[in-house]
Design a protein around this ligand. Sequence first.
Ligand SMILES: *Cc1c(COP(=O)(O)O)cnc(C)c1O
Length: 355
Amino acid sequence: MSRFWSRVVNDLTPYVPGEQPKLANLIKLNTNENPYPPSPKVREAIQAELGDDAARLRLYPDPNADRLKAAIARQHQLSPGQIFVGNGSDEVLAHVFMALLKHEQPILFPDITYSFYPVYCGLYGIDYRTVALSEDFTIAPADYAQPNGGIIFPNPNAPTGCPLDLAAIEQMLKANPASVVVVDEAYIDFGGASAIPLIAHYDNLLVIHTLSKSRSLAGLRVGFALGHPALIEALERVKNSFNSYPLDRLAIVGAVAAIEDEAHFEKTRLAVIATRRTLSAELAELGFEVLPSAANFIFARHPRHDAAGLAQALRARSIIVRHFKLPRIDQFLRISIGTDGECQALTAALRQILS
Ligand SMILES: *Cc1c(COP(=O)(O)O)cnc(C)c1O
């Protein structure tokens, strides 16, 4: 605290991201990064953009990232006017809260969800009301039929990994024609059904994607939003009042290369899904209750072992997973899907700890 701080900064409760340890040789299963490298075409594209002397870095990037919007439009059969791109989906989400969710009524999101949502509400002075997940930790769409200034949830949800089907999402869109319904699809490529086909039918739907998870590019910072051109224009207005160049030259060409390499994407995404299946079965065998995950992580609890204690014991064996000290989920561990070898090391360590 300092007397120089603005009132807004005094009142902020910032988001705390998962730890990025400086130690080498840790098995890092705590921030849902992809265990596989990105497409080799990403490196080629970035090197080509740099050239021999990096002279192009003298010049500002395209403020509209038109090449990237064109690649995303091709991939999802949309028009560039239905696409907004930003510096990671966290930045895209920030603009969404400012541009489309700040209204008279409180917005709605699940009680157990991505913990950045309440942080944006704090930053922008947006009222919110949380809606409790069902006993089985799934979203109950009927509970969102109440007055609101907007709705946001991840699908699959985080940190539960539980997916919501398209009929349920359509039910929410129909029940809330005067609100924007934001579906944060950070993990959709690992098993859920994307709401993108509904964009043609609902002008109140906004879908958020990121290259951080399924494209192995958390370090490049690229995310995007898809929806009706009027929603996209709102985001462009905020972006152009904040930073003209959220995506640098290397991010734009790297993202295009990643999106265009379908074969690499399919191979790595299917490998993560296969490992998730194996790991879920092995944890169940060790006595864990594992929520059915459609994401690149699993959420599991052991009926006889305290989650914080397990996380600590794993850490002592150089394996880090995520534990949230929050109501309803403080006995769960969120475990990112690593390589087969990393997941085998995890189950071996747990077997030791539990015995
Ligand atoms: C990882 C994640 C994001 C943020 O992704 P970035 O593009 O890396 O900023 C957004 N929403 C959810 C639910 C996530 O898990």
